[in-house]
Design a binder for this molecule. Structure first.
Ligand code: IMP
Length: 196
């Protein structure tokens, strides 16, 4: 199925494009504005984006909202991960703030969360959530991935590498986005079967 992706983050477009195969992800047309991320939950934000894109394009859409939760910060930055160090903060500034704010001798647990929402102009909706648990490294390491990846050490591999030190395939196998995408693929397949 052709799905419009309600995102302009090139990293997400690349990761989701590979993860949602054989469906074809089409970038959001440049003239369509996405609503501001005003929701208090990942699902609310993803739903707002998916519905706006489905309405504006007349096509089925997928939207993603994701972020990182730090146990020592009561789950922050959560839905504010992209703006943690300020409205126009860079990935590096957000990462630096997280490493600074999580106490060195405190609870170092972090989790990545990704909610994907499928929406059609006719009003079909489906949301799935993927999580990836890890710990926060004291210093950034590695050059792959994006965002908080250089300081996120997933529990799924025992060698202590950060997400930014994994290959794309290794990241996809365990990441929040990979897990959410596989749940969405299963649901889309069931939906197709039910319609056949
Ligand atoms: P969104 O565009 O509002 O969903 O923002 C997501 C935020 O979480 C951005 O700051 C990203 O850097 C961060 N984030 C989400 N997924 C990942 C990931 O896979 N790796 C690193 N950072 C991520």
């Amino acid at each position: 199925m052709e799905l419009v992706l309600a995102s302009r983050n090139p990293h997400k477009v690349r990761e989701l494009g590979a993860l949602l195969k054989p469906h074809e992800l089409v970038p959001l047309p440049a003239d369509i504005e996405l609503p501001p991320e005003t929701g208090e939950t990942f699902e609310e934000n993803a739903r707002l984006k998916a519905e706006a894109a489905a309405h504006a394009t007349g096509s089925p859409t997928i939207a993603d909202d994701s972020g990182i939760e730090a146990a020592a910060l009561g789950g922050r930055p959560g839905v504010r991960s992209a703006r943690f160090a300020g409205e126009d903060a860079s990935d590096e500034e957000n990462l630096e703030k997280l490493i600074h704010d999580v106490p060195r001798d405190g609870d170092r647990r972090v989790a990545y969360v990704c909610v994907l929402v499928f929406a059609t102009p006719a009003g079909d909706r489906h949301a799935v959530e993927g999580r990836c648990e890890g710990t926060l490294a004291e210093e950034p390491r590695g050059s792959g991935g994006f965002g908080y990846d250089p300081a996120f050490v997933p529990i799924d591999y025992s060698d202590g590498r950060t997400m930014a030190e994994l290959s794309q395939e290794e990241k996809d196998a365990i990441s929040h986005r990979g897990r959410a995408a596989r749940l969405m693929l299963d649901w889309l397949a069931e939906r197709d079967e039910a319609a056949a």
